[in-house]
Design a protein around this ligand. Structure first.
Ligand code: ADP
Length: 482
C-alpha cells in the first residue's frame, strides 16, 4: 500500500476554477485499485469547511503566517480530505485567487506558503497520527512543499510535482523570501530564485523527486524555449525525472447514459436519440431552431484558449451555415467581443458569460462539435468530454489536444481511426479551415456519425493513467531507498 498526500488549491466538486480541480478530485478513486490511498490537502475555503463531515483535528498552529490554523481531517463528496482551516487566509468570499477588484489577493504568497508548510509538516512526520510515503503537489500553489521537504532531509516523504499549466508560476518579489522559512541558500539559481524574484513553481520543479505534466506532448513542449515559459532550461536539466501522463475524466460524472443535465440520455448504441437534446441547447443559448450544425465552446475566455482567434472566425462560421454556442468567462475584452458577435448574429450565435456545470454538460450532449483552438494546452479536458458525448472535438494540434484526438484526414478516415479535426498552425487561417472541414464532414452523415461513435468508444477514463501514477510513486520511493 502506497500512502500519498495530494496537495492542491482546488478539488472537484468543492472548489474549481479549471481542470486542475477535476484531476485532483478524480485521482483518489482511480488510484484505489492500484493499491494507493490518497488523501487530499486543500485550503479551508468556505465551501470546503461547509462540506467537511466528521472532521477531526489533526494538528494546530498558534500562528501560521499571521493567525491560528488547524488541520482538520474528514470526508466530503466521497473524498478523504485534510482541510487547512486558516480563516485569516482562506475564509473569503468570491474567487479563490482574486480580490473583488479583480487583482490577485495581495497576500497570495502567504496563503500558499501556508499550504506548503502544512504539506511539509504532514510529509515529514511532524504531525502525529499521519504518515505519507509520497507528497504529490499540484501546480504552483503547492510548489513550496517540495523545497521544504528537501530541506527537511532524507527522512521526509518523497515528492512529486505536477504541472497543470506552466503559465501560472507563483512569482513574488524577493522581499517575501525571508517569510518562507527556507534556509538562506535556497535563494539561489538552483533554489527558488527566478530572475531576481521568488517562484513557487520553480521551488517545486527544482526540488521534487519527480516532475509530471498532464500530457506527453506538453512534456516535450515545455523543454523548448517556445513552450518553457522561462523554465525550459531547468526542465531540460531534469528531463530524466520528467514524464507526461495524459489526464482522464471521471466517467461517472461524464456519462451521457446517466447524465441528469440532459433531457435525453443516450450511448453509442442509441446515438440517434442525441438529436433530442438540440432544442434545449437552442433554447438556453437563444438560437433559432434548425438542423444546422452547432459548434460549442466551454472555456475560460482567454488568449491561451485562442478565443481571440475564434472571434475573428465567427462571421465565416455563420456564413458557412453553422451556429455557435459559447459558455465561458474570462478577459473582459473577449467577453465583450462574444456578446457583440451574439448581437450581430442574433439566433445564430449565443453566448452565456459565466460558469455553469449543468450547461457545460448540456452543450456536450446536444451541440455537434466542441471547439478548442488553444495556443498551448497542457492537456485539456473538454475535448475528452466531447469524445465521450459524441460532441466532435475540433482542436489545435498542441499539447494534450494533439495526444487525445485523431484527425479526420483521408488517412485517419480510411483507417477508421479519426475522432475529430485538428489544425496547425494555430492562427486564423488554420482555425477557419478547420471549421470549414468540420462543416463539410457534418454534411456527410455517415462519416460524421462514424467519427462520433469512434470518439464515444475511445477510452477517456483514468484507468490507464492512474496505473502510471501508481508506478511513478513506487519508482520515486525505490529511488529514495537506493
Ligand atoms: P483549464 O485550462 O481551464 O483548466 P481544462 O480544459 O483543462 O482547461 O479544464 C476546464 C474544465 O472546466 C473542464 O471541466 C470544463 O468543462 C470546465 N469549464 C470551463 N469553463 C466552464 C464554464 N464556463 N462553465 C462550466 N464549466 C466550465
Amino acid at each position: 500500500m502506497t500512502r500519498v498526500l495530494a496537495v492542491a488549491s482546488e478539488v472537484f466538486p468543492l472548489v474549481k476554477t479549471g481542470g486542475l480541480a477535476d484531476v485532483v478530485g478524480a485521482l483518489p478513486a482511480a488510484l484505489k485499485p492500484h493499491d494507493v490511498t490518497m488523501r487530499v490537502l486543500v485550503p479551508g475555503y468556505p465551501a470546503v469547511m461547509a462540506a467537511l463531515e466528521g472532521g477531526s483535528k489533526l494538528h494546530a498552529w498558534d500562528d501560521l503566517n499571521g493567525g491560528p490554523a488547524t488541520l482538520v481531517a474528514g470526508r466530503a463528496a466521497g473524498l478523504d480530505l485534510i482541510a487547512l482551516d486558516a480563516p485569516h487566509l482562506f475564509d473569503r468570499p468570491g474567487n479563490l485567487y482574486l480580490a473583488p477588484d479583480g487583482a490577485d489577493w495581495p497576500d497570495n504568497w502567504r496563503r500558499f506558503a501556508a499550504l506548503g508548510h502544512a504539506a511539509a509538516d504532514l510529509g515529514s512526520g511532524r504531525v502525529s497520527r499521519f504518515v505519507a510515503d509520497v507528497v504529490h503537489c499540484h501546480d504552483w500553489h503547492a510548489g513550496l512543499a517540495p523545497a521544504l521537504l528537501h530541506h527537511a532531509g532524507r527522512q521526509a516523504a518523497a515528492s512529486v510535482m505536477t504541472i497543470h499549466n506552466l503559465a501560472f508560476q507563483g512569482t513574488f518579489p524577493a522581499s517575501i523570501f525571508t517569510g518562507l522559512g527556507l534556509p538562506d541558500i535556497a535563494f539561489a539559481v538552483d533554489g527558488v530564485e527566478f530572475h531576481g524574484q521568488v517562484s513557487f513553481m520553480k521551488a517545486g520543479l527544482q526540488h521534487a523527486d519527480a516532475i509530471t505534466t498532464v500530457s506527453p506532448s506538453y512534456a516535450v513542449e515545455i523543454c523548448s524555449p517556445a513552450g518553457g515559459m522561462g523554465f525550459d532550461g531547468l526542465l531540460r536539466a531534469r528531463r530524466q525525472v520528467l514524464t507526461g501522463i495524459l489526464n482522464g475524466i471521471d466517467t461517472d460524472v461524464w456519462n451521457p447514459a446517466r447524465d441528469a443535465a440532459l433531457p435525453q440520455r443516450y450511448d453509442a448504441a442509441s446515438l440517434s436519440r442525441r438529436a433530442t437534446n438540440r432544442p434545449a441547447v437552442e433554447e438556453a443559448f437563444h438560437l433559432d431552431a434548425s438542423d444546422d450544425m452547432i459548434f460549442a465552446v466551454v472555456s475560460r475566455l482567454t488568449g491561451q484558449k485562442g478565443m481571440d482567434l475564434l472571434g475573428e472566425c465567427i462571421d465565416g462560421l455563420v456564413a458557412g451555415g453553422a451556429r455557435l454556442a459559447v459558455l465561458g468567462s474570462g478577459e473582459p475584452g473577449l467577453e465583450a467581443m462574444f456578446r457583440a458577435a451574439a448581437a450581430r448574429h442574433a439566433g445564430r450565435v449565443g453566448v452565456i458569460v459565466g460558469y455553469d456545470e449543468r450547461l457545460s454538460h448540456l452543450l456536450q450532449g446536444g451541440a455537434d462539435a466542441i471547439l478548442v483552438p488553444s495556443r498551448f494546452e497542457p492537456c485539456g479536458l473538454t475535448q475528452l468530454c466531447g469524445l465521450r458525448y459524441g460532441c466532435v472535438p475540433v482542436v489545435a494540434r498542441v499539447g494534450g489536444l494533439a495526444d487525445s484526438i485523431v484527425d479526420a484526414n483521408q488517412a485517419g478516415l480510411a483507417a477508421g481511426a479519426a475522432t475529430g479535426v485538428q489544425f496547425m498552425p494555430v492562427d486564423r487561417t488554420g482555425l477557419e479551415s478547420a471549421i470549414g472541414r468540420a462543416i463539410a464532414l457534418y454534411g456527410q452523415r455517415k462519416v460524421w456519425t462514424g467519427i462520433q461513435t469512434r470518439g464515444m468508444k475511445t477510452d477517456v477514463s483514468w484507468t490507464a493513467s492512474a496505473g502510471r501514477y501508481a508506478e511513478l510513486y513506487r519508482d520515486v520511493l525505490k529511488r529514495r531507498q537506493a
